[in-house]
Design a protein around this ligand. Structure first.
Ligand code: 4AD
Ligand code: MG
Length: 464
C-alpha cells in the first residue's frame, strides 16, 4: 500500500510511531555533516514540522545541496517524539524527493524580517511567509464564518452583478467597462461617444456596491446578503482604501434602524469570536510579531456593548474636545478618520455606532428623519480603523424618495427598476455594508489594507 500524504497540521497532532509522508516548502535548513534539520511548512498551519536527517543513512550522492530555503520536497519517514523542535513530534527522514529547487542566490525570501513594503513588491511570493500565511488563513476563516452566520440566520446569499449601468451610490468614481476602441470610438452626430455601439448597448461600469440590487432581493426573499468584490476609482492612497475591495451587504425587509444596529453589532462580534475560537495559532503569531495588544483588543470587543449615539452628539464631543484636528469640525462635515478614531479610541474607548447623519453627506436612499435635516444612516466605527460599516434604514416612501432625487437633480433613467421597489409592495427595510478588508485589518492587527488581500489594487498598482 502506498503511503498517503498527510498535511502538517494533521501530522503535528498524531501520536508518534508510524511511517508518514509529508510534502511542503523548506523554511530553513541547518546542521552539520552528521545531522541535518529541515523546518518544513505546507500552509496548513503556521507551525513547521521538523525533519531530522541522520546523514549516515543517506548515500553521499543523495545531494542535500538542492534542499535550501524555498525548495519544495516530499519526505517519507518515521514520526517520532521530538524534544527540541517546539512540537510534540518530528519526522526521522528515510527518503527525500526534491520537487523543485529554489536557488539561494535568487530566491528573495532567504531571511526573516523583510519589510511589508518589500513584501508587497513580491506579492506573488509573500504568501510563503509566516505573516501572510497567517493573514490569508484568517481571511479564509472569516469568509467561511460570514456565510455560516447568515446561513444559520436564514439569510440568502444573493449574487448581484459586477457590471452595472448605474451609479446610485455616488460612492466615488467608477471604472468604466467597455469594448469600444478607446483610441477611435464611434461617435454620435453631436460628436459624443456612441455607447449604443458598446458591448451592452449602453455605458457600463464596475459596481461600487451591490446594495440596490440587494434591496430588490430583500423585497422578495426577506433577508439576503451579498458578498463580493466592489470597485472604486477614488484616488485615495491611504492604509484603509483599496480600488478593489470585498464587501458584505445584508439587506432586510421589516428591519428598522435599531434592528439594523443590533444585527451589525451581533455580526461583528460573532466574526471576532469565531476568529478567537478557530484561528488561535495564527492570532498568537500575529500578536507576538505584529501587534502586542491584538488578542486583548479582540477579546474586549466581544465583551463590550458598542456605544450608540448620534452624529450631532459626536460633533459636539469633537468640538468640545480641545483637540486641534487637521480637518476642523463643524456640524455638516463628513467625519474624517482622525475624528472617528478620536471618538472610539480616546473618548469612548470602545466601538461606536453613529446615527442620524446630515442628509447632504449621505446617499439619496437613506430614510429621512422628520427634522428635514438628517437621515437614518448608521456608521460603525472601530479602534485603529475608523469606519468599518456603513448602512442605513432605507426611505421606503416613493414620494419622499422622489422628492430627494429631484432635490439632488439625479438622473434616474437607469434606475427605474429600483424605484419599482417603492411602487409595488414597498416595505420598511434596512441594510449595511461591511468592508471585508477593514474587518481583516481589525482581526489580524495588520496596519495596511494592502497586506490583508492577496493581490491589492491601488492607484498605479496592479502588477500581480
Ligand atoms: O459606506 P459605504 O460606501 O456604503 C455602501 O457602499 C452601502 N451601499 C452599504 C450598504 O448600506 N449596503 O461602504 C461600506 C463599507 C465601509 O464602511 C468600509 O468598511 C468599506 O465598505 N469601504 C472600503 N474598504 C476598502 N477600500 C475602500 N475604498 C472602501 N470604501 C468603503
Ligand atoms: Mg461610508
Amino acid at each position: 500500500m502506498t503511503l498517503q500524504r498527510q498535511k502538517i497540521a494533521e501530522l503535528l497532532k498524531e501520536t508518534p510511531g508510524k511511517e508518514v509522508l509529508a510534502k511542503g516548502w523548506v523554511r530553513t535548513k541547518r546542521g552539520n555533516k552528521n545531522i541535518t534539520f529541515i523546518a518544513l511548512n505546507d500552509g496548513s498551519t503556521i507551525n513547521n514540522i521538523q525533519i531530522v536527517c541522520d546523514m549516515a543513512t543517506f548515500t553521499p550522492d543523495e545531494s542535500f545541496k538542492d534542499i535550501s530555503t524555498g525548495a519544495c520536497i516530499a519526505v517519507t519517514g518515521k514520526l517520532v517524539e521530538s524534544i527540541g523542535s517546539g512540537q510534540k513530534v518530528e519526522i526521522q527522514a528515510g527518503k527525500i524527493l526534491v520537487y523543485g529547487t529554489a536557488d539561494p542566490e535568487k530566491y528573495p525570501l532567504q531571511k526573516k524580517g523583510h519589510s511589508m513594503e518589500f513584501l508587497r513588491e513580491i506579492a506573488h511570493l509573500r504568501p510563503r511567509t509566516n505573516t501572510f500565511g497567517a493573514v490569508f488563513r484568517i481571511r479564509h476563516a472569516m469568509a467561511y464564518a460570514i456565510h455560516k452566520y447568515f446561513n444559520d440566520k436564514g439569510f440568502y446569499y444573493l449574487h448581484t452583478p459586477l457590471i452595472t449601468a448605474s451609479d446610485a451610490e455616488g460612492a466615488g468614481a467608477m471604472f468604466q467597462v467597455t469594448t469600444l476602441d478607446i483610441d477611435n470610438p464611434p461617435r454620435t452626430q453631436e460628436g459624443k461617444v456612441d455607447y449604443s455601439q458598446d458591448f451592452f448597448g449602453r455605458r457600463t461600469n464596475l459596481t461600487v456596491s451591490g446594495q440596490l440590487e440587494g434591496e430588490l432581493g430583500a423585497m422578495a426573499l426577506g433577508e439576503i446578503y451579498t458578498f463580493g468584490p466592489t470597485f472604486r476609482a477614488e484616488n485615495s492612497n491611504t492604509p484603509r482604501h483599496l480600488a478593489e475591495f470585498w464587501m458584505i451587504e445584508p439587506e432586510m425587509a421589516f428591519y428598522e434602524i435599531e434592528d439594523n444596529m443590533n444585527l451589525a453589532e451581533d455580526f461583528i462580534k460573532y466574526l471576532v469570536r469565531y476568529a478567537l475560537d478557530n484561528c488561535m495559532d495564527d492570532l498568537i503569531f500575529l500578536n507576538n510579531m505584529i501587534d502586542k495588544e491584538l488578542i486583548e483588543r479582540l477579546k474586549s470587543v466581544v465583551n463590550t456593548d458598542f456605544v450608540r449615539t448620534t452624529y450631532t452628539e459626536a460633533v459636539d464631543i469633537l468640538m468640545n474636545s480641545g483637540v486641534k484636528f487637521e480637518y476642523p469640525v463643524s456640524w455638516g462635515i463628513d467625519l474624517q478618520s482622525e475624528h472617528e478614531r478620536y471618538l472610539v479610541e480616546k473618548h469612548f474607548g470602545k466601538p461606536v455606532i453613529l446615527t442620524d447623519y446630515p442628509k447632504d453627506i449621505k446617499a439619496f436612499y437613506m430614510k429621512q428623519n422628520d427634522d428635514g435635516k438628517t437621515v437614518r444612516g448608521m456608521d460603525v466605527l472601530f479602534p485603529k480603523i475608523g469606519e468599518i460599516i456603513g448602512g442605513s434604514q432605507r426611505e421606503e416612501s416613493y414620494d419622499k424618495l422622489m422628492a430627494r432625487i429631484n432635490e439632488l437633480h439625479m438622473d434616474m433613467t437607469n434606475l427605474w427598476w429600483y424605484l419599482d421597489t417603492r411602487r409595488f409592495g414597498t416595505a420598511p427595510h434596512s441594510g449595511f455594508g461591511l468592508g471585508f478588508e477593514r474587518l481583516l485589518l481589525f482581526v489580524t492587527g495588520m496596519s495596511n489594507i494592502r497586506d490583508v488581500i492577496p493581490f491589492p489594487r491601488t492607484p498605479k498598482s496592479a502588477e500581480f
